[in-house]
Each structure stands twice: as C-alpha cells, then as structure tokens.
Design a protein around this ligand. Structure first.
Ligand code: MRU
Length: 351
C-alpha cells in the first residue's frame, strides 16, 4: 500500500447528514456544507457541489439514506415505505446521467431495501451503515488503483491529466490522481501537467488546488496546449479518470479527453484510464450506448459570471466524450491493469 497521506476528504456521513466540500466555490473557498435532505442531495449532485464519478456515487448512496429518514417520519406502513423509497432511489439516479457510479451505488442501496427483513427503522440503519461502508471502501479502492498505476509511471515522469479525477472526485485519494499520489510517494521527481478543462475548469479550479495542497509539483496548461508539449517530448504519459467504461473498453470522461487521447496516440505516448470496477458498465457493449450529459449554455458563454462571447451565439455543450478503446494503453483498476483486448480482460473480471 502507498505511503502517501492526502489531507483531502471530499464527502463523509456525519451527524446524520452528508458533509461534503462545496466544489462550486473552488479555488476561492474550501468549505464544507451539510446536505440534510434527499432533494438537497439531488440538487447538490445536479449543480455539481459534489462531482466526479465515484464521489457522486457515494453522494447518491447518502441521498437514499436521507430520503429514508424523511419518509420514515411520514409513513408507518412498511410496504408503503419501501415502494416510496424505491421510487425516490430511481429519481436520484436521474440527477446526472453519464457517471455510472451513481447508478451503481444507488442500486447497492436498493438491494438493501429489497432484501432487508427489518422494520422501517432497521432498514434506515442498514442503509446508513452501507453508505458508510461504500464510502470507506472507495478510499481503499483508490489506493489500490494508485499502487497498480504507480508501477507503470517512469522515473521522473511528467504526467498529463485532464479534468479532475482526484481526491475531490472521489471520497479521497483519487483515481488518476491516486496514481500520481502513489507514484510520488515512491519518486518525488515526478510532476503533473493539468489541462484547464473548459468549460467548468475542473483542471484549473480543482486539480491544481488539490495537488498543491498535497505538495505535488503541478503546471497548469490550457486545453489546446497538450499536443505542443507532447511534440516537445515534455509529456511521458497521460492518466485520466472515467465516468463510464463500456464492455469493449470505450471510456467516457470529461469533454476534451478524446482530443488528448488522439494527440497521445500520434506522439506514441501511453494513454491510461484509471477507474474503479464500479465505473465499468457491462450492460453496454460499446461507448456509442453511453448517454452524454448536455449542460447549460451559460457554462460556455460565461466565465465567473461574465459573458465572454456574442450573447446570441449558438451553443452546444456536451459534458463528456468517449475515448475509443484502441487509443487506451491500459485501464488501471483496483484488480490490476487491464490490457487490450478489453472485451476479454473485462469479461475475465466476472463483473
Ligand atoms: O462533470 P464532472 O466534474 O463530474 O466530471 C468529472 C470527470 O469527468 C472526471 O474526470 C471523472 O468523473 C473521473 S472521476 C474519478
């Protein structure tokens, strides 16, 4: 296991509510908010107070606990309690469509609801305990991903990453940035190049913040610069996260990832995806089946509340793109690094 100790805890069930870092305030404030109801959690996920695939999974699991607490105060009939709660669970899954970890975690809670033999208060308690368990497991999974990934990081490497697949996209430690943390624990000469990641600037606002907090050398670049630095021989590898991986290894991640993968292939730079098994969706064959979230026009037309373009211009704003499996050198998971042919290596996981 890695010796790196990150200071960051993104989300935690505490005092009967879900305490999370408000990521809309970065980099100006690092402040925790308490989410106290299921509807507040739905809004926190949709408005990206909490974001990053594994983190919104845990947020969804906490959201079901919050709904359960509320419904238990209103309904005393057990069957009615269960059917109302299952409806709310399905509603929670619609808060963001692309990251499959949300569906995965909510389904884990639904299994508890359906299989429990307890009364209402017992079910609420079981959901709470399961939420805490999923939360703690997330950090352990990320550390394993980090340690497997560190094995393929060359000495003194410069690692390019896109968006934020860090401690702040998970409960703690991170997936892509978990690889960085574990590699840095072994070799403090490695460094990170972070893509800014328009439109919401997760790279600039979040990745630079968390890596700086943990003392890892980081250089911020704008999205269009990656091929320039690749051509100059300044990037040794790319590691990104994922929001959903199809059975053939196609991987959805923040918009712009596909461009980075194409540039990496052209320059013979290995492009890795780091993600937990909960990001792999074996219900779909290829990335064509992944629903891509369409986000608001203001994310593109405005920066920090100020308009940056002609007000009437047309806007299209997909939140994610899909990197085809043939551009991916390996998928780093908690069970090791999957290699092509991904259809076979994913099937062999038996998930
Ligand atoms: O829209 P976001 O900020 O939730 O998107 C996040 C990303 O695309 C991450 O890179 C991805 O979720 C991987 S998280 C470990």
């Amino acid at each position: 296991m890695s010796e790196f100790h990150s200071k960051i805890r993104t989300i935690q069930w505490t005092d009967n509510c879900s305490r999370m870092v408000d990521q809309t305030l970065f980099p100006y404030e690092y402040k925790y908010v308490d989410i106290k109801s299921g509807d507040e959690m739905f809004a926190a996920i949709r408005n990206m107070i909490v974001r990053g695939a594994p983190a919104i999974g845990i947020a969804g699991a906490h959201g079901i606990v919050l709904y359960a607490i509320e419904i238990a105060k209103q309904i005393s009939n057990r069957d009615e309690f269960i059917s109302t709660l299952l409806e709310k669970a399905d509603y929670m899954k619609t808060s963001r469509p692309t990251a499959v970890n949300l569906m995965w975690a909510v389904e884990k809670q639904k299994e508890i609801i359906k299989n429990s033999s307890s009364g209402i208060s017992g079910i609420v308690e079981e959901l709470k305990q399961n939420g805490i368990k999923l939360e703690n497991e997330d950090i352990e999974i990320n550390k394993k991903i980090g340690d497997y990934g560190a094995e393929v990081v060359p000495k003194g490497a410069t690692i390019l990453t896109h968006c934020n697949a860090g401690a702040l996209a998970t409960v703690g430690y991170g997936t892509a940035l978990g690889v960085v943390r574990s590699a840095y624990a072994k070799d403090n000469t490695i460094q990170v190049f972070a893509d800014e990641t328009r439109p919401r600037q997760q790279g600039a606002r979040i990745t630079t913040l968390e890596l700086t907090m943990d003392g890892i050398p980081t250089t911020l670049i704008t999205d269009g610069m990656c091929s320039y630095f690749m051509k100059k021989g300044m990037i040794d590898m790319v590691v990104v996260g994922a929001d959903r991986i199809a059975s053939n290894g196609d991987a959805a991640n923040k918009i712009g990832t596909y461009t980075v993968a194409i540039a990496a292939k052209y320059h013979n730079i290995p492009f890795y995806v780091a993600a937990p098994l909960s990001t792999i969706d074996t219900n779909i064959e290829t990335g064509d089946e992944i629903v891509i979230e369409e986000r608001s026009r203001e994310e593109v037309t405005h920066i920090n509340g100020k308009i940056i373009c002609a007000p009437e211009v047309n806007i299209i704003n997909p939140g994610f793109d899909v990197t085809p499996h043939e551009l991916i050198a390996g998928i780093i998971t908690e069970k090791g690094i999957l290699r092509p042919d991904y259809k076979d290596s994913i099937k062999a996981l038996g998930i």
